[in-house]
Design a protein around this ligand. Sequence first.
Ligand code: CP
Length: 315
Amino acid sequence: MFSNRGKDLLGLENLDKKDLQVILDSVEPFKSLFTRSVKKAPTLIGKTVVTLFYEPSTRTRTSFEIAAKRLSADVVNIAVSTSSVVKGESLIDTGKTLEAMKADYIIIRHYLSGAPDMLARNLNASVINAGDGFHEHPTQGLLDLYTVYEKKKKFEGLKVLLVGDILHSRVAKSNIWALTKMGAEVSVVGPPTLIPRNIEELGVKVFYNLDEAIKKVDVVNILRIQLERQQENLFPSVHEYVELYQLTNEKLMRAKSDVLIMHPGPMNRGIEISSDVADSQNAVINEQVTNGIAVRMAVLYLLKKSGNSGNVSSN
Ligand code: CP
């Protein structure tokens, strides 16, 4: 279901509406575990999950670790900065080394788009993309999708606005693939230099003016300005960005009164979002984090169920 080989989750582009619905339907039983005193299931007992992050992370890496532990897997976290990667070991050799230790799942975050795909092609273990370059962040896309559905109970006709640095955002790409397939009306808004050319071809509307874009939307998903990925200055100043694109209570007046405010994190309070908005009743930013664990449990479970030819067996 997840990739041509059925063993990996590399992106949401290749999933269809039915696949996405199966994932959404699988989340609830895992989320219901969270209210029990023992939050564990034996689903992945005897399996080994390795996280291999070439970029910093708080939410995704921790969320995968908690998800895998709640499914009773053994979890190993590799700190790339203290691994043999710094001695020049290639990605594939690193992956093969982990596979030789019988890793069943490798969760990878990498600064290069396509790195998880390359790893997946060379290994029998299940590879899950935890964010690659500007390409995709599929489990973030899925947890955003689940949170929207949990709160709004539908996708068809729902107006979702993605705000900010669309160009550098793998979260935006995964959200666009998933939400448009489920029938939502997706728009993007940001400075022209931070909107990818031809993005309309993905079925989204493009705006450059936040006041115009935000009118009557049901969901606003605010993206972090990724200054670390910019090779050149793509807008005149942070001050100007704040003036034009920061989500404030004043800007929100134009959205629906029950608008859902989302942010994948990490947030830059006072830049893309005001503190008032981040802490408002309409914000579901912490709920997104909680849902991320249940969504990742569902993904680990479904990859096991989809039957892998390699280390992950379906028993
Ligand atoms: N949303 C997200 O990917 O956060 P982290 O970088 O903390 O994992």
